[in-house]
Design a protein around this ligand. Structure first.
Ligand SMILES: [Zn+2]
Length: 69
């Protein structure tokens, strides 16, 4: 997955390939000359939300919930 940010409306657009034509889906601005970035590098936080990684769930399984309330 690749992403480019439109220079006109500043909205990100995504493509599975960086080859060929690439027009902004919002304002139809031609983005072909802009450099595509890997979507995982450009938006790592959004990918982590999509695929959450359980953090230390086993090591904390014996502790009470008192510390979290
Ligand atoms: Zn645009």
């Amino acid at each position: 997955m690749y992403t480019k940010t439109c220079s006109r409306c500043y909205r990100p657009s995504f493509r599975s390939s960086k080859q060929g034509k690439w027009n902004c889906p919002i304002c139809n601005h031609n983005l072909a000359t802009f450099r595509a970035r890997d979507a995982g590098e450009a938006y790592p936080s959004s990918l982590q939300k999509k695929y959450p990684i359980p953090q230390q769930s086993e090591s904390h399984s014996n502790t009470t919930f008192d510390t979290y309330i």
